[in-house]
Design a protein around this ligand. Structure first.
Ligand code: PMV
Length: 338
């Protein structure tokens, strides 16, 4: 709950619009050390994606009795509104206000429902609300606050290649690994299923500890993290690719062996896992990663994309089912006249 600070701006008004981008994790966050604060069991590494943008406008209005949340043109569900509201409480507490807000949020990728991301959503909400409330917070602090909404949102506070560190509440923030523009990598997303997933990552994290494979995964992660970070620094997909594909399979092995078991794959997911092996034999250097869902993310260099797209087309995947993303920037915010 938000605390009203005596002397604070109890009747804050203010409005802002922010945009933030989703990210694809190359080393995954799966399982938490602390559920309430979204403190991860391990460091993770991601690439912020240019085309997966969420735009959020927020207006704090003293006349409102409750927060209002419009998502992709319709009213958000009560659960979504409550989650956004709890998140705003962190920012309201910092600003010393209890003023409620009207939130309007749009994803630029609604045709691909399965890609709707809590990362871009909570990053945009954090930055918009901080801007509207006039809070002067640095990117580290914004990353920490975004993490409280959704762990992976901490990484969307930065553009390009980003590492989010495990640690306590102060330490567990993200930071860029290399400058923007360091490596022109592509994430070719094949939308094999556009619907909502049955178990979202928010609940899935709590199941990680029920898998007997979690310990093995955590033991292997320091090696994976250093291979992936080295691959990025040296712009070497031959180092990074095998490490990220094995890493995604390791996370899904934990998911499948949890109790209850989480199985996100569809037949097309497996088809694509087999296909990338063929692509590599055909000298189309591509490696696959997966989030908590069935949609393959095919990682390759920009020059590989035309050959990859033509192979995907032969397999029946084209048009709006394939989304080619490059490195994306960190969030932007504009204050608006309320
Ligand atoms: O931030 P969350 O709670 O939506 O968790 C994200 C989990 C994965 O997407 C599967 C992995 C990751 O690191 O992004």
């Amino acid at each position: 709950m938000s605390q009203h600070k005596p002397g604070g701006k109890s009747n804050a008004t203010g409005a802002a619009r922010a945009e933030a981008r989703a990210n694809i994790a190359f080393v995954k966050y799966w399982g938490r050390a602390d559920d309430a604060r979204n403190l991860p069991l391990n460091d993770s590494i991601s690439l912020t994606l240019d085309r997966l943008v969420t735009t959020t406008t927020i207006e704090f209005a003293p006349a409102l009795d409750a927060d209002e949340f419009l998502l992709n043109g319709g009213a958000a569900t009560p659960a979504e509104t409550a989650r956004a509201s709890r998140h705003l409480d962190h920012l309201r507490a910092l600003a010393g206000t209890k003023t409620r807000a009207r939130i309007v949020s749009e994803n630029a990728f609604t045709t691909a429902g399965g890609l709707a991301s809590s990362a871009s959503g909570f990053a945009a909400l954090t930055v918009a609300a901080a801007g509207a409330l006039g809070l002067d917070l640095d990117a580290r602090e914004l990353s920490r606050i975004a993490r409280l909404g959704s762990g992976s949102a901490s990484r969307s506070l930065f553009g390009g290649f980003v590492r989010w560190r495990a640690g306590n509440d102060r330490e567990s923030v993200a930071e860029p690994i290399v400058p923007m523009g360091h490596w022109d990598l592509r994430d070719v997303i094949v939308v094999v299923e556009a619907g909502r997933k049955k178990t979202g990552s928010a609940d899935g994290h709590s199941l990680a500890r029920t898998s007997p494979f979690l310990t093995g995964r955590l033991d292997s992660l320091p090696g994976t993290l250093s291979a992936v970070e080295r691959g990025i620094r040296e712009r070497d997909l031959a180092i990074m690719g095998p490490a990220i594909e094995a890493e995604a399979l390791s996370m899904h092995a934990v998911m499948m062996t949890s109790n209850p078991s989480l199985l996100y794959w569809t037949p097309d997911t497996v088809r694509m896992l087999l296909a990338v092996r063929d692509f590599r034999e055909e000298r189309i250097p591509t490696w696959m990663t997966l989030d908590a869902g069935p949609n393959p993310h095919l990682i390759c260099e920009a020059g590989t994309v035309p050959r990859l797209l033509s192979r995907l087309k032969e397999m029946g995947f084209g048009g709006e089912h394939v989304l080619v993303c490059g490195p994306g920037e960190g969030p932007k915010v504009d204050r608006l006249q309320p």
